[in-house]
Design a protein around this ligand. Structure first.
Ligand code: OXT
Ligand code: ADP
Ligand code: MG
Length: 581
């Protein structure tokens, strides 16, 4: 049977122009019409030809070794570009492999569209055992923001338009689009087909807050004695960078960035309270939350972390999702709308007579910050053998300072937690990490997206366990010649490498890996640069060379295997800890 590519579309005998358009081309034209130029995916029946045609049509097709990483790349692309990232997979197993990424994108409010080919409805619905049979739409539905299936070629335009709008409007999220194989070979008259496509107008419209809610929020903020601004990744996504900075600087209110909001203002900003997180969460009396949920990462807005014994706090919360308000604690002044519009309305209302917070408050913060900086400086300056997390990260910190445009990807437990507080970010949307779920395996997918979408250098700070989840994608990095420098923090295991099997049996403890594994050879195997380092000088040299060359590089950094703590800084969430209490 000839491949679809070899079948000539029906052409007009005189002009040689095609008079029919097939489902493949309708689909690709619908994406292109909406300025979508990149597909992350993994080929196979029924999408192999579609991906070939996409490439032939001038789209960038980034082909992965596992769909989860293609999906993660699409999600990160969505965050970085504010357009839905596209991931394409084959049916059942490929679809399921992509599903974790779709669910994770939804959880993190990243716009992406997972598009999977699927088996024939007639056979699937009667459960007659089709090739890769599965009712994918039903399975995807609870895990994403919206799910659609297109059965007729004339509906492809509507299907893509709905998917785009659902992904980026309101609270962004993941969308599933189910395309049964038969759809691609359907044809329509060329004109009718092209006319059926939709260019989505204003896919993420502004949502202005009501004047009353702005006045209420300003009133609360003005009367605060110890105000705090909390910036989440929604604030980074919103691209209201200048207004957010102006709000912080005009009001003089200290701010605390969540991990992916780091760099929205430079971490070195004098109003950053990141280095005195516990203190400000406990002591603030009014907290303006911008694009962050009061979920587990913020101890649900209550309890010891929030100094509950000192009395209730007042919250102002800006969010585009009205149902986010009051989800964990009472919100005194909700500002429902898009962050750009809400922050701009606050700025307008602030006026020239704004009284900045008292020196008591800002002075107390400055004092504690200075103390914590001092403590941190001492651990960063130490040069132990083997390297500690801190000594190795002191190198990464310097390199990121010298390359502020670089995208930093981070995952692991101790590696992640130390990197978050040690490595300063200077620009918005430069940090991608494990996000709301604390999920391992985002590393290489996010790294690929970072390089492909921004064209910038990527620095991936990876725990050795974390890296293992997506490690095979080093071949993808080499194949596309992407400027990604991976540093594997190799402490021989999950959290640390010294755990013991207490049963007396021969198996290693479940958290322990092969000692001194040579991860750099994985990169060498595909033509990239692999370096094994044991000192901070070697690490520095290797990172500088990686960035100068732009070549895919894996630096295997030997870290003290005794250094990590169980679960990093979230040890308290281990159930056995609760048993001991
Ligand atoms: O104010 P205080 O005194 O409290 O001090 C704070 C700051 O003020 C201060 N600070 C500073 N001081 C000085 N200077 C500066 N610049 C500065 N900045 C800050 O430092 C402290 C700490 O600040 P921080 O970090 O801001 O605050 P804190 O209290 O930590 O914040 C709380 C949280 C909750 C916001 C924060 O901890 C956080 O964001 N945590 C995220 C945690 C997370 O998501 N972890 C990942 C999941 S762990 C686990 O699940 C793992 N698994 C299981 C698994 C997963 N996840 N996924 C899948 C698919 N399968 C399985 C696995 C397998 S991790 C893992 C692998 C681990 O092994 P690896 O080898 O990869 O990694 P290693 O551990 O390295 O071996
Ligand atoms: P973090 O993990 O950094 O704390 P979250 O992912 O929990 O951040 O929260 C992000 C929040 O931002 C979500 O509640 C989401 O609805 C909101 N959000 C995302 N984009 C916008 C936007 N443009 N305007 C307003 N809110 C937004
Ligand atoms: Mg480790």
């Amino acid at each position: 049977m000839p491949s679809i590519l070899e079948i000539k579309p029906e052409t007009d005998a005189v002009s040689e122009t095609p008079v029919l358009i097939d489902g493949f081309h309708l689909f690709l034209n619908a994406l292109k019409l909406n300025d979508i130029d990149t597909i992350f995916g993994l080929p196979g029946i029924p999408i192999t030809d579609l991906l070939r045609m996409a490439q032939a049509e001038g789209m960038r097709v980034i082909s992965f070794r596992h769909e989860q990483h293609a999906g993660n790349a699409a999600a990160a692309a969505g965050f970085l570009s504010a357009k839905p990232g596209i991931c394409m997979t084959v049916s059942a197993p490929g679809f399921l492999n992509g599903l974790t990424a779709l669910a994770n994108a939804t959880t993190n409010c990243f716009p992406m569209i997972l598009i999977s080919g699927s088996s024939e409805r007639e056979i699937v619905d009667l459960q007659q055992g089709d090739y890769e049979e599965m009712d994918q739409l039903a399975i995807a539905k609870p895990l994403c923001k919206a799910a659609f299936r297109v059965l007729r070629a004339q509906d492809i335009g509507v299907g893509i338009a709905r998917a785009i709008r659902a992904a980026v409007s309101g609270r962004p999220g993941g969308v599933y689009l189910d395309l049964p194989a038969k759809l691609f070979s359907q044809t329509l008259p060329l004109d009718a087909g092209l006319n059926s496509l939709i260019k989505v107008v204003d896919p993420a419209p502004s949502q202005l807050p009501g004047p009353d809610s702005v006045a209420r929020a300003l009133n609360l903020l003005k009367n605060a004695k110890r105000p705090l601004i909390l910036l989440g990744k929604g604030a980074a996504y919103a691209r209201a960078d200048a207004d957010i900075r102006a709000l912080v600087e005009k009001t003089g209110i200290p701010y605390l960035p969540m991990s992916m909001a780091k760099g929205l203002l430079p971490d070195t900003h004098e109003l950053s309270a990141a280095a005195t997180r516990s203190f400000v969460l406990q002591e603030a009396d009014v907290v303006l939350v911008i694009g962050a949920r009061l979920n587990w990462l913020l101890s649900h807005g209550k309890g010891k972390t929030w100094g509950q014994e000192k009395g209730p706090k007042k919250f102002i919360q800006i969010d585009i999702a009205p149902t986010e308000i009051d989800s964990n604690v009472a919100i005194d002044a909700p500002l429902v709308g898009d962050i750009g519009s809400c922050v701009s309305a606050l700025l307008t209302g602030i006026g020239g007579d704004w009284a900045k917070p008292s020196a008591d408050w800002t002075g107390a913060i400055a004092e504690r910050k200075a103390k914590n900086f001092g403590k941190m400086a001492a651990t960063l300056a130490a040069r132990p053998t083997p390297m500690s997390f801190q000594s190795a990260l002191s190198v990464v910190k310097e390199i990121v300072k010298d390359n502020p445009e670089a995208i930093v990807v981070s995952e692991g437990a101790n590696t992640l937690d130390f990197a978050r507080s040690i490595v300063d970010m200077y620009l918005p949307r430069k940090r991608l990490d494990v996000g709301t779920w604390g999920i391992m395996g985002i590393g290489m997918g996010f790294a690929v997206a970072g390089a492909v979408v921004t064209g910038q250098q990527v620095i991936a700070i990876e725990g050795d366990s974390a890296f293992g989840f997506s490690g095979m994608e080093v071949e993808t990095l080499c194949r596309y010649h992407l400027p990604v420098c991976i540093v594997v923090f190799n402490n021989n295991g999950i959290y640390k490498g010294t755990d013991q099997n207490t049963s007396g049996g021969n198996d290693l403890a479940p958290t322990v890996f092969v000692k001194n594994a040579r991860y750099e050879m994985m990169m060498q195997a595909f033509g990239g640069v692999g370096v094994y380092v044991t000192t901070t000088d070697e690490l520095h040299t290797a990172m500088v060379e990686a960035i100068a060359s732009g070549k895919p590089t894996l630096i295997n950094a030997a870290i003290d295997e005794t250094a990590g703590t169980e679960s990093g800084r979230i040890t308290n969430l281990n159930p056995a800890k609760a048993l001991k209490k």
